[in-house]
Design a protein around this ligand. Sequence first.
Ligand code: AMP
Ligand code: MN
Ligand code: MN
Ligand code: MN
Length: 277
Amino acid sequence: MSLSYDLHSHSSASDGCLSPTELVHYAQQQGVDVLALTDHDITSGISEAKQAADNLGLKVIAGVEISVIWRKQTLHILGLNIDSDNATLLTGLEKIRRARLWRAQEMGRRLDKAGFPDMYDAATAIATDENVTRTHFARVLIAQGHAKDMKQVFKRFIVPGKPGYVAGEWAEMAQALEWIKNAGGTSVIAHPARYKLSATKMRMMIDEFMQAGGEGIEVISGCHSKDESQRIAALARQYNLLASRGSDFHDPAIPYINMQTLPALPNDLTPVWDAWQ
Ligand code: AMP
Ligand code: MN
Ligand code: MN
Ligand code: MN
């Protein structure tokens, strides 16, 4: 029997709804054997997740999802199988989290001007360790009745061109890859089909990612359609990239992102976990 790997998930240390312990129990119930905890720009949930997994027969892989800028575009790079205490990595992530906090203040000011007061305080109040994301703002806006669901709240308030959107001042891609390498991890481009990149730009991005030492790409993602997964699988073949698979789970109440129904990797690709055994 081959093991079921889910190498992309979030806990309440970033914008997930479940605590690291709850997440690990949930993953086990969903039939996951190996779970990577990949919170946005923070590794503080990993020790709790590992401890919770100890008695369950589930393995937790230490990971992180780093917010980066590539040519003015925000991308997410996963660092998998990292040393989550590595000083270089932790210092880099702290810098990104300071940018997050500054951005959240700015989002609060803009939403205030648009007639939605006190959003910064409300969003940070539901975030752990001030690691505040747009998801936290979204939850507050929904709770106050300003939108009916996640899709609507993002579209109305916190995407480019909308009153509460502020671009993040994230790390340079090459910098993030350096931190991941320093921490002994494998870097993987997260949910590549989600970025609004032309085919040419996508190839440029992959070229630069690989030149900077990047190794893998998320072929199967909870955020990809079947067609998108096939398109990314073709890129993985063409560039000889390691292939990753992850649900990008945040919340049990969001049914379309599901650990259980996530497709398998195409078997001709080399899974990113092959080198870890
Ligand atoms: P941030 O890193 O603070 O910009 O927040 C990004 C997070 O917001 C992502 O990791 C997703 O979890 C969430 N997100 C982004 N766009 C959407 C969307 N259209 N619907 C629901 N969640 C979204
Ligand atoms: Mn998220
Ligand atoms: Mn992401
Ligand atoms: Mn994610």
